[in-house]
Design a protein around this ligand. Structure first.
Ligand code: C2E
Ligand code: MG
Ligand code: MG
Length: 683
């Protein structure tokens, strides 16, 4: 092999010496292998020995150096030449590569060695020496060419050493021609992992962050152990693709798919995946869930608007996030619901302590512009026991515990118990049965008389619903009305009750009976937009006299200063119907406040009747107040003659209670009425 720029020290010391150049040229002319010197600036061959002239199909050196090789040279090749030139200036680099030359347009595939050559004028040229002519079959030509022009980066490293071969794409990406494999990695562990795998399995494929000439990029790397075909020494062959764009796009899509945009927490999707992974890896028994729900968040949105609502949610998320510890993952499920996954715990006490810490943080006032809000939180805690086999069951348990917190007064944390689980199954069963019952109308109405104590006559009857269950028989409303309220089924059931009761009242009124009929409207039903339509539509029922129909609403609806409530009550009254305040005295309303609402009756709650005679003063007060606003008083739940007499002496006009009659069916009502009216006259 000929001596290269690096080996000829004199040349380096006096690079512009014409004499030295002549001597080198003379030596090269004697060689039998093709050697030429390429002026990379002018893209011309400035020297070629006889073998090279033959290879390039040129008569003389002058003929060859007259050829402008920049003609037809691709931009990629030009870029590579500039890169080589920089490398030669930087170090005494030598490259071995397969090239395809096109002397007079005919392709010739060669294995070449290049090195830098300092010309007499000091510029850096490239000395090219042919090692061997690669077989000229077209397959090989294509392979060689493909490797040169491909985007895939191919590099062969000495084991633990510098590169011994790279294709142009690889060179373009490297920070220097002598960059070590290990120094390519942004994360040194990636190199360690790769080499561990390569040593144990011979090869490895991975995606890693790489230092390149263009900055940090992501490469999809295939690394294989091999031996240098030239020397037989152990080597590492690396093939790489730049996947930065793909990875960034994928990461972005993934981030969007797994993040809640409002709070920047993880979303339900992410949490489900994480829980699924944990369950698959047999982690049940080592983690727990805390299910958070802000109390009365809907009210915050309704009263202060959605911007304030959003601020509260973001602040809540920030406060939980600020408390997070190793092994904890926070996700927002939507609305005001968050779930904290707590890993590596086995004790419920630890989980409950975490819940209390976070509840305390959430309970501090939140400043939303001018508004300062204090929000309480209900929490359901569930330690995911080993018997839990899928993540949805884990979530269900935390949800059940949360429900327990909500129904036992909010602003607390409850831990899931098996008893809670059983109650929930029963409730779910009941819910399904109820939905069926509403569809197939399994409800009947009983009627309980309200007696006028002065006249001894039945002045009114209250319609009370019963569920005629095909298996369990007659079920009282206390067992299903609350669930109907909670699930919204009350809207459909309530409408059915109003139609039935008003239909029955219409029949009685058409037959000439004078008593009125009252029926209950539950709070949620009262707020349902469809209520007024239903009430309006019953005015057309045959025989119906609105002035003989009374809607009983619970006192709790009358507590606040709600203009919408007053508006509704007035609309109902403008259609000619009457209104009664039911269960009066239990709703903590300011008694004087009641005068603002249009009411025809006030029904004193049974609890006051039970407490007679101690409750005399309060009953007296309610009676006075009712009379001032022109409402009549009805006492509920009188069971004894003493109670009835006392109520009469206190000025109550009507009494409804078991002393006179239990609720009875429409068929039984008239038999009952004649009996109890006799009783009333004997008072
Ligand atoms: P309410 O509207 O206060 O009805 C009076 C309840 O007291 C009835 O219970 C009645 O049977 C009971 N009661 C009357 N006198 C006595 C007595 O002397 N002693 C005892 N121990 N109880 C007496 P019921 O029918 O079980 O209804 C309970 C509650 O369920 C009702 O209280 C009402 O809030 C609700 N409800 C009943 N029917 C309906 C309905 O059709 N729609 C709606 N939304 N709620 C209803
Ligand atoms: Mg009632
Ligand atoms: Mg009542």
């Amino acid at each position: 092999m000929i001596s290269r720029a690096s080996d000829i020290d004199e040349q380096r010391a006096t690079p512009t010496d014409d004499h030295v150049q002549d001597r080198t040229y003379r030596a090269l002319r004697n060689l039998h292998v093709p050697v030429w010197i390429f002026d990379m600036d002018n893209k011309r061959i400035v020297f070629a020995n006889a073998a090279a002239l033959q290879l390039w199909d040129a008569e003389t050196e002058a003929d060859l150096s007259a050829r402008d090789l920049s003609q037809g040279m691709s931009a990629a090749v030009a870029r590579r030449l500039r890169q080589y030139q920089r490398d030669f200036l930087e170090s005494a680099a030598t490259y071995t590569e397969d090239w395809t030359l096109y002397p007079k347009g005919k392709p010739v595939a060669l294995k070449l060695v290049y090195s830098g050559y300092r010309m007499a004028d000091g510029r850096m040229a490239m000395m090219c020496e042919v090692i061997n002519q690669v077989s000229d079959d077209s397959e090989n030509l294509r392979k060689t060419d493909a490797l040169l022009h491909a985007d895939v980066m191919v590099t062969m490293f000495e084991e633990d050493g510098p590169p011994i071969y790279f294709n142009p794409a690889a060179r373009k990406s490297m920070t220097s021609a002598s960059q070590l494999f290990r120094s390519m990695f942004v994360e040194p562990e990636d190199y360690d992992d790769i080499m561990f795998e390569v040593h144990s399995r011979g090869e490895h494929r991975t995606i890693a962050r790489i230092f390149t000439a263009a900055g940090e990029t992501w490469h999809d790397l295939s690394v294989r152990r091999c031996s240098d075909p030239a020397t037989g020494h152990p080597a590492i062959l690396v093939t790489a693709f730049d996947v930065t764009e793909l990875k960034t796009a994928r990461d972005k899509a993934r981030h969007l798919a797994e993040t809640d945009p409002l709070t920047n927490c993880h979303n339900r999707n992410y949490l489900n995946q994480r829980l699924d992974q944990l369950m698959q890896s047999g982690a049940a028994g080592t983690f727990g869930l805390l299910y958070f729900d802000l109390d009365r968040f809907k009210q915050i949105n309704d009263v202060f608007g959605h911007d304030v609502g959003d601020t509260v949610l973001k602040e809540a998320a920030n406060r939980i996030q600020a408390q997070l510890r190793f092994g904890e993952t926070l996700a927002r499920l939507g609305g005001d619901e968050f779930v904290l996954l707590v890993e590596h715990i086995e004790e419920s006490a630890t989980l409950l302590q975490r819940a209390e810490d976070i509840r305390a943080a959430l309970g501090k006032p939140i400043q939303c512009g001018e508004t300062r809000l204090t929000v309480t939180t209900s929490i359901g805690a569930a330690l995911v026991a080993e018997d839990v086999t899928d993540w949805s069951e884990a979530m269900r348990r935390a949800d059940i515990a949360l429900y327990h917190s909500k129904t036992s007064g909010r602003d607390r944390c409850s831990l899931f118990t098996r008893q809670m689980g059983r109650e929930t199954s029963e409730r779910t069963q009941l819910e399904n049965d109820l939905a069926d019952a509403i569809r197939s109308d399994q409800f009947i109405l009983l009627y309980q008389p309200r007696i006028n104590l002065a006249s001894g006559l039945v002045e009114s009857v209250e319609a009370l619903v019963r569920w005629q269950h095909p298996v369990r028989g007659l079920i009282a409303p206390g067992a299903f009305i609350p669930l109907c309220e909670e699930t919204g089924m009350i809207d459909a059931l309530g409408e059915m009750i109003i139609r039935k009761a008003c239909g029955q009242a219409g029949e009685w009124h058409a037959q000439g009976y004078e008593f009125s009929v009252s029926m209950n409207v539950s709070p949620r039903q009262f707020e349902d937009a469809a209520l007024i339509d239903t009430i309006q539509s019953v005015t057309h029922l045959p025989g119906l006299r609105p002035e003989k129909i009374e809607f009983e609403i619970t006192e709790s609806l009358l507590v606040g200063d709600d203009a919408a409530t007053t508006e509704r009550l007035k609309t109902i009254q403008s259609l000619g119907f009457r209104i009664a305040a039911d269960d009066f005295g239990t709703g903590y309303s300011n008694l004087a406040n009641i005068s603002r609402f249009p009411l025809q009756s006030i029904k004193i709650d049974k609890s006051f009747v039970d407490q007679l005679p101690d409750s005399k003063p309060i009953i007296q007060l309610i009676v006075t107040l009712a009379h001032q606003i022109g409402a009549r008083i009805v006492a509920e739940g009188a069971e004894t003659i003493e109670q009835v007499r006392l109520l009469k002496s206190l000025g109550c006009e009507q009494v409804q209670g078991f002393y006179f009659s239990r609720p009875v069916s429409a068929q039984e009502l008239f038999g009952t009425i004649s009996k109890l009216q006799r009783r009333a006259r004997e008072l």
